[in-house]
Design a protein around this ligand. Sequence first.
Ligand SMILES: C[S@@+](CC[C@H](N)C(=O)[O-])C[C@H]1O[C@@H](n2cnc3c(N)ncnc32)[C@H](O)[C@@H]1O
Length: 322
Amino acid sequence: MITGFRLSAAIMVAADLGLADQLADGPRTVADLAEAVSADADTLNRLLRALATVGVYAEQPDGSYANTELGEGLRSDVPSSMRPLARTLTDPALWAAYGHLGHSVRTGENAFRAVNGVDVWTHRLAKPEHNEIFNDNMTALTSLVVDAVASAYDFSGLSTLVDVGGGQGSLLEAILDRNPELHGIVFDQAGVVAQAPTPGASESVASRWSTASGSFFDEVPRADAHILKSILHDWEDDECIEILRTCRKSLNDDGVVLVVETVIGRLGHEVDAAFSDINMLVMPGGRERSEEEFAALFEAAGLHLTNVVHTKSRMAVLEAKG
Ligand SMILES: C[S@@+](CC[C@H](N)C(=O)[O-])C[C@H]1O[C@@H](n2cnc3c(N)ncnc32)[C@H](O)[C@@H]1O
């Protein structure tokens, strides 16, 4: 556990070099790989040897290396690729923030801002390469749960839905795909928001999709429903209440706010939730919450928690009404 950072760093470099992509068609020698990814052959061999001991790659009898099942997950072209997640570690500001976890625990302050001088969102917008990796990572992680979320809640009866902080819009796309009457707007910061659904989306989804940008602290588009996935956990309570109030002001009569988050206290998801909570403390300066804590946020924003749907994934859908 104590030396886990060594493994994280090794996987980060392997993912950044794109080694799993290079091995997609089968085993290759270290010399061949080193040339392909512009690395030092001897050092690359040490990295591959280390990662082979933990099952990310497999050393072949002739000394070449192959992807294992784990290694395949780091390919760019597999569904829900883990490569963007591993590449988020290439940002030195992330390591600096984690080195400051003790500061957070002693003071309660967000480590990222304390050590880097700006919040994660400002930092990413100023560093397009890290912003792109983060957004790709959100899309990949969200793709793991979209089916579970889109099928767990009954969206029929709604005519407009805004994916608030929807990034590249993968959740909205999955929901529109299942609900042919629904029109959707993906809303996010101007430097982030997807201008269109993915090229693989159907014509029907594309025709019911639009984009809007701005800040969810100011105004969000009017709709029957606002869905916020992995948004509130990025923020402290006061900021969450502001975001929820902004949503409430732009809801049509009888509208709903749908919050999609990991819920603290759900059996079987304890480790995920507790370490995601630490990540929220260190990186954006937010927290994971229990059902009761979400209910209190809704009340403070003039909404009431009306239903909690636990999906087949680690995410729950918390429904609130005015
Ligand atoms: C953790 S990501 C979640 C993205 C997406 N909902 C998902 O689950 O894949 C948080 C999102 O909030 C967006 N965001 C941060 N501050 C914002 C603001 N003030 N207004 C609108 N969006 C914001 C970020 O750009 C990012 O896309």
